[in-house]
Design a protein around this ligand. Structure first.
Ligand code: FMN
Length: 387
């Protein structure tokens, strides 16, 4: 990240998840309702396990906000884990855990357990899995909600939806994003197409019945994005690279594409690149195969980022594993788990994209206050209109 710096802390069953977001301008309006709404969106979706029904996340603001406006100082957000009360004997920050309490000694294939235990020399993976669990995405979603507020103030809107669950694929969303967003928000699998939603629901239910899990693909679209965000000049500043890092770092995401992505490699240049026209007001592209980014910069078209999520590793019918200590074969350990978290991952991806875009927007506008950010953006837009 550039000017915006996000640090998160917190264990899955510890006291709370925490996000510290530094670099925000003074005077950005932030509401508890908006952050809680995004936290609730992350918890929803058919295929989640019992944990989500228990938690009902709410944000607590610990620093950086006064009267609903940012102070131009680091913003500290916390989301309490209600489950902590029931896990005190395992997760108390000071008291020794009771012997063998919730030890994870038979590592789950596909999860952090084995790699983390090898890294830290553990025979109980609890210390690594607590932190690496996707429960930590609640902190990123809370911070992402603030980034969305900044983007909305500057006219930028986002939607996040599911385009694939296992073998079920939804038709592409190419226009009328507001209506598509409404349909996705109303779908229990966060899919904008009602027919595909029903088929996705059925596919998840079938995996659940078999004690198995399913992955899928999520897509985030941001529109009204000003051109020129990111950088053509340095690899680490290129916006597609920044978006890929932000989204790839979400647990279980194994592929990220911008625009056509991998499909661009199979077609000729004339079928891949977007013609340039001028409509009397601004430069436009009749198609958006580039996904709104060329040369590391936004080009004024909607930014389209897709991510592939692998199936959840914890299985009700576990794969073979071995015991850390005895090295004897055992089935991998069970933890309470989701069967499919692709709808939730869409909300996390939206937060990751919002943070990367807000960061790039602030790089472009500068400004200590929201008034300055808005004025600098207006001046840039006037300059574009005068071309
Ligand atoms: C929103 C969300 C929820 C998840 N829920 C679970 C879960 O309930 N059980 C599980 O085993 N993995 C779950 N995962 C995936 C694991 O956290 C992830 O596979 C694991 O941390 C290993 O990281 P890696 O897949 O990126 O290598 C979830 C991921 C996301 C994004």
């Amino acid at each position: 990240m550039g000017r915006l710096q996000l640090t998160t802390a917190g264990e899955s069953h510890g006291p709370a998840l925490v996000a510290v977001l530094a670099g925000l301008p003074h005077g950005l309006q932030v509401t508890q309702e908006a952050i809680d709404r995004d936290l609730a969106r992350r918890q929803a979706g058919f295929g989640r396990g019992g944990r989500m029904a228990l938690e009902q996340d709410r944000v607590e603001v610990l620093a950086g906000l006064r009267g609903g406006r940012t102070l131009g100082a680091p913003l500290a957000l916390a989301v309490r884990n209600r489950d902590f009360d029931r896990w005190r004997d395992v997760m108390d920050p000071f008291a020794q855990p009771t012997a063998e309490a919730k030890a994870l000694t038979r590592p789950r294939p596909g999860h952090v357990d084995l790699a983390g235990a090898l890294k830290l020399g553990l025979t109980d993976a609890r210390d690594v899995l607590e932190r690496s669990s996707a429960r930590s995405t609640a902190a990123r979603v809370a911070a992402g909600s603030v980034a969305k507020a900044l983007l909305a103030d500057c006219g930028v809107e986002l939607m996040a939806h599911v385009t694939r669950i296992g073998e079920v694929v939804a038709p592409a969303v190419q226009q009328d994003f507001v209506a598509a967003r409404e349909r996705a928000e109303a779908s229990e699998v966060r899919c904008a197409d009602p027919g595909a939603s029903a088929a996705m629901h059925e596919a998840i239910a079938a995996a659940q019945r078999d004690g198995d899990s399913l992955g899928g693909v999520v897509e985030v679209i941001a529109w009204n994005v000003p051109p020129g965000l990111g950088s053509h000049a340095e690899w680490s500043e290129r916006l597609d690279g920044r978006l890929a890092q932000a989204v790839m770092s979400i647990q279980a995401i194994k592929g990220v594409e911008v625009g056509l992505g991998f499909a661009a490699s199979q077609q000729r240049g004339s079928q891949v690149h977007d013609a340039i026209v001028h409509d009397g007001r601004r430069f436009r592209r009749p198609t958006n195969r580039a996904g709104g980014i060329e040369g590391g910069l936004t080009n004024g078209e909607p930014v389209v980022v897709r991510a592939a999520m692998k199936p959840i590793p914890t299985l009700a019918r576990p794969l073979p594993s071995v015991d850390f200590e005895t090295k004897q074969p055992f089935d991998a350990q069970k933890e309470r788990t989701d069967a499919c978290a692709v709808p939730a991952a869409a909300v996390v991806a939206e937060a990751a994209v919002a943070l990367a875009l807000a960061d790039a927007l602030l790089d472009k506008t500068g400004g200590d206050t929201m008034d300055e950010v808005r004025a600098h953006l207006r001046a840039f837009e006037e300059q574009l209109a005068a071309r």
